[in-house]
Design a protein around this ligand. Structure first.
Ligand code: HEC
Ligand code: HEC
Length: 241
């Protein structure tokens, strides 16, 4: 019950702010401070969970959304709406929002260029550390497992148009996402390459790579890599834009 009424307030915030944003939209040309403020205000509904300006911390569960490619964020909003990803709060919030509005939201968070938390100790053993770095940078040829960097970008900061960066995300969140792909709880647009990748990982690898990714950092200002010039190692849906 308490949860439901909290969400009603969040939806109201989002709706009311969207209406007033509509009134002022287009009144000025270009990215002026006024337009920025309005969008930021609308997005207060998201900040409650995702942290100030969408910069979630690496503690806890909520994923950072700032600075991920707009195509990726848009696909996720669509995935929650269509039930390919399940989260009560997210689906509830998005159910009445138009595709155009979702596109605006995705663009807003993609353009935020915020500092990432500092690097910290992984807490992994030497062996686990090697296991994680091999997965990230080299992959495992015998198991047809491409390196994470082949898709997520050389710096793991994501790749245009729709590949997310993974560094500094909470390890609990990363473990949950990889687990959901393995059990079919999370799906991406077909062909779902990430489901294949997740199924080829052992539970030990999932834990090591999640803890490794969570402990790294990226310099402020690092952008997702440009779209790959050559085909990805596996076909992935939702990449055309
Ligand atoms: C009540 C808390 C809550 C609110 C409010 C909320 N979110 Fe979320 N959001 C979550 C959780 C929890 C997840 C992760 C769900 C999962 O495990 O897949 C998530 C996931 C996401 C993702 C996917 C992130 C990724 O890296 O794949 C996006 C994008 C997102 N939210 C955007 C938004 C936007 C935009 C708003 C405001 C309209 C918003 N959220 C409001 C809790 C919330
Ligand atoms: C063949 C390309 C490919 C490879 C290789 C790959 N990924 Fe992905 N990954 C994707 C795509 C595409 C998505 C976005 C899926 C979607 O739209 O939901 C994704 C998303 C993710 C997410 C969700 C991020 C979020 O914010 O919710 C995680 C976690 C992830 N990948 C981990 C990994 C790890 C760890 C590796 C290496 C072991 C890896 N991926 C290798 C294509 C790939």
């Amino acid at each position: 019950m308490r949860h439901a009424s909290f969400l009603t307030i969040v939806v109201a915030l989002l709706g009311a702010a969207a209406v007033c944003a509509h009134g002022t939209r287009g009144a000025r040309a270009g990215p002026t401070a006024g337009v920025e403020d309005t969008m930021a205000q609308r997005m207060q509904a998201c900040v409650i969970c995702h942290g100030e300006e969408g910069r979630a911390t690496r503690e806890g569960y909520f994923p950072r959304i700032a600075g991920k490619p707009a195509g990726y964020l848009y696909n996720q909003l669509q995935n929650f709406k269509a039930g390919r990803r399940r989260n009560e709060a997210m689906s509830h919030l998005l159910q009445h929002l138009s595709d155009d509005y979702l596109r605006d939201i995705a663009r807003h968070f993609a353009e935020l260029d915020l500092a990432y938390p500092a690097v910290r100790a992984t807490g992994l053993t030497h062996e686990q550390q090697r296991m994680a770095e091999k997965l990230v940078f080299e992959g495992v040829r015998e198991r047809d497992l491409p390196a994470c960097v082949a898709c997520h970008g050389r710096q793991m900061a994501g790749m245009q148009p729709a590949m997310p960066g993974l560094l500094t995300l909470p390890s609990d969140y990363l473990i949950a996402q990889l687990g959901s792909w393995r059990t079919g709880q999370r799906k991406a647009m077909a062909p779902d390459c990430m489901a294949e990748v997740a199924k080829r990982l052992t539970p030990e690898e999932v834990s090591a790579v999640a803890r490794w990714l969570s402990a790294q950092t990226i310099d402020a200002g690092t952008q997702p890599a440009p779209a790959a010039g050559q085909p990805l190692p596996m076909r992935c849906g939702g990449m055309e834009r």
